[in-house]
Design a binder for this molecule. Sequence first.
Ligand SMILES: Nc1ncnc2c1ncn2[C@@H]1O[C@H](COP(=O)(O)OP(=O)(O)OP(=O)(O)O)[C@@H](O)[C@H]1O
Length: 373
Amino acid sequence: MHVTHLSLADFRSYPRVEVPLDPGVTAFVGPNGQGKTNLVEAVGYLATLGSHRVSSDAPLVRMGAERAIIRAQVRQGDRQQLVELELNPGRANRARINRSSQVKPRDVLGIIRTVLFAPEDLALVKGDPGERRRFLDELITARSPRMAGVRSDYERVLKQRNTLLKSAALARRHGGRSVDMSTLDIWDQHLARAGAELLAQRLDLIAAVQPLADKAYEQLAPGGGPVALEYKPSAPGEAHTREDLFGQLMAALAEARKQEIERGVTLVGPHRDDLQLKLGQLPAKGYASHGESWSYALALRLASYDLLRAEGNEPVLVLDDVFAELDTRRRERLAELVAPGEQVLVTAAVDDDVPHVLSGARFAVSEGAVERV
Ligand SMILES: Nc1ncnc2c1ncn2[C@@H]1O[C@H](COP(=O)(O)OP(=O)(O)OP(=O)(O)O)[C@@H](O)[C@H]1O
């Protein structure tokens, strides 16, 4: 699958821009702060309904404008589709597919898939567990778009359950009116049901990604591994099937209930889990060097790319400002690995940062103009 045309209105720094794209490698080159990342961020947004840089939509809308529009023409084999998202911060976003507005934003998922590697990815290794959970869950959704529904069910139930626990905790602390806790059992069931589904997908994904990440790390930094991905659940146990995971979560919720009511928050479930990344015998977080952490994050993205391709879901690979961070050897290895991809979008400050193997289309990006050179 590849994008044949990208069109933005009031997205980030662009009042309007039209970018025709070819399969193969396309490099966006220009000085800092000219809008290169803004272009690839828009493609990433269509694939994940989120930005890799910010957690809310407001910064994505051009200063002074009310809404932003991202539109892309996508080709999958012989099939062409036009996808469009309208971002309305503070109100619901809107989507159109082939000009039909009878769709929800979530229906756009799966039309475009991306694997995006950017400097922010260092947080995958060095950052909070939430970064690694997002990595897993975005990849789960890229493999199976219906999982977006499961994720949003889980988030909704979690929010409602937390509201109930919080009011119970406040009532306990301040001796207010007691709270009716009879619905908590029902929330437990819903939370464990969606949670088990999400957990099963995460465990399946980790098993598939692990050997690919190890192989990618070895290619980037020979002899530096091995790398191992270990899931650290908040509800401990050995379960793997959905039904067993459901039972495991229900048991852990029962055990944690007293503490949850005291603290007013849900302490068990996929939202509290972590993915531990090990390099050799040590956890990468806190031990790996800057260069090792970079290679690790990159290996995770390359593994994601390999996995989606192997499963027949060829994604667009986006390499945002990454070559300047790598030494010559790693830069060339990476370039050789990704050069055969169906579509690879690269951003760089200067031409020399783009390895020669990645010859293809070039656009100069300067002061809001994107021109083919
Ligand atoms: N909502 C917005 N409204 C207007 N301008 C914005 C908005 N968001 C970001 N910008 C501007 O976009 C520019 C940054 O663009 P971008 O991040 O794409 O730069 P870049 O070319 O990738 O630079 P670098 O090489 O430094 O990574 C900045 O000048 C910033 O002020």
